[in-house]
Design a protein around this ligand. Structure first.
Ligand code: TXA
Ligand code: MG
Length: 355
């Protein structure tokens, strides 16, 4: 495995590897992606292999120019109204942390979309990602560069530690700016909806399209070890349902350490116990908790954003969970974020990371 800091020379090398059918982990503004040529079915099979990802979980196709939408999507299959919305969204929110589900172009192999007639398309807002995608032929399929179901990588080191030699090359572009995956928005039919909350807040999308979105679909509970009552559906039963986005699985993005997530009032009352770590949203709550405790000298206390800024908190979430997860704690208690803006995506990931 080649591990290099991202610069013009290493990006050219990485593009050569992707064009030759290999796998490259690369930085984006959300999390690191595990990229392969989106038109190369064999290379895409390697992505599923490296991640241990079920074949029924479709990949996001990354592009580096709005014009490439024509090559990866079948825009003629969209209604005039959906096309209008797409171009409004593209004009206002691309590049950025938004993946739009559209009818797929026949040039994209079925394995990329897990047999679905749709593909999620994203134009990342990151120089390294854009250069790499352009040089590698314009369309790179990339899931987050982590083993399936575990925490997403916000640093190149996370990819190296978790995937190592399963990838041909890792481009190190430093820590991810947003630190949470993109919002997945389905506009492939008239029932426009968010399949996964993420780096683009719902409010920003509503402002562009001019109306309120329906509340997010209820969480899918299959795949959750904590919910043994719910039988696992067969992979076949998932394929025809384009609404099922495995980012919606109840248990996903999970650390190994048991994590409990509670609201502000409850975490303040949670007594300190040796071996437990506490993850607060802001200093205000952390200080109130500290005041209420007797012995906290050895307490592992982390705060996502001292001032309670959701953008800062989002960018630190996975990073802090990675750090706490390697600290051998018995359990982690975490505080929910205020639910508006990016808080929705933060709470979504905390809930899925919890037991
Ligand atoms: O920010 C991101 O989105 C990162 C970076 C690397 O771009 N990528 C990412 O990919 O998070 P992944 O594969 O870990 O998550 C993609 C999500 C999955 O929940 C998948 O099911 C959903 O997008 N998805 C992809 N194509 C879809 C489709 N055609 N219909 C419904 N959901 C889809
Ligand atoms: Mg992922």
């Amino acid at each position: 495995m080649i591990y290099l800091p991202a610069n013009d020379e290493s990006i050219v090398k990485a593009a050569g590897i992707i064009s030759g059918g290999g796998l490259v982990a690369f930085p984006t503004e959300t999390v690191y992606g595990l990229g392969a040529n989106a038109y190369d079915a064999k290379a895409l099979a390697k992505v599923f292999e490296a991640k241990g990802r079920p074949r029924f979980d479709p990949l996001i196709i990354h592009i580096a120019a709005i014009e490439t939408l024509e090559s990866v999507a079948a825009l003629s299959l969209l209604s005039a109204d959906a096309r209008k919305k797409l171009f409004l969204l593209a004009e206002n929110l691309m590049p950025g942390p938004l993946s739009i589900v559209l009818p797929k172009n026949e040039k994209i192999p079925g394995i990329a979309t897990a047999g679905l007639p749709t593909a999620a398309i994203r134009f990342p807002d990151h120089d390294v990602a854009q250069k790499l995608i352009s040089l590698a032929g314009g369309a790179v399929a990339a899931p987050s560069a982590n083993p399936f179901g575990s925490l997403s990588p916000t640093r190149a080191e996370h990819v190296r530690d978790k995937l190592g030699d399963k990838v041909d090359m890792i481009l190190d572009g430093g820590p991810a700016r947003i630190g949470l995956e993109s919002t997945v928005l389905d506009i492939s039919n008239d029932d426009i909806r968010i399949l996964r909350p993420g780096g683009t807040p719902k409010e920003a999308i509503e402002k562009v399209i001019g109306f309120k979105l329906c509340p997010q679909q209820k969480t899918q509970t299959f795949g959750s070890e904590s919910d043994q009552q719910t039988p696992l559906p067969s992979p076949q039963s998932l394929v025809p349902n384009p609404q099922v986005s495995p980012g919606q699985l109840k248990s996903h993005y999970a650390p190994k350490t048991p994590l409990f997530v509670v609201d502000r009032e409850k975490i303040i009352k949670q007594p300190y116990k040796t071996g437990c770590a506490f993850l607060f949203f802001d200093d205000f709550t952390a200080n109130e908790w500290l005041k209420a405790q007797k012995h906290t000298e050895k307490a592992a206390v982390r705060v996502l954003s001292g001032a309670g800024n959701a953008l800062e908190a989002a960018s630190k979430l996975f990073e802090t969970l990675h750090e706490l997860d390697s600290g051998n704690y018995e359990r982690i208690f975490a505080q929910f974020a205020p639910p508006d803006g990016l808080g929705e995506a933060i709470n979504d990931r905390l809930t899925r990371a919890s037991c």
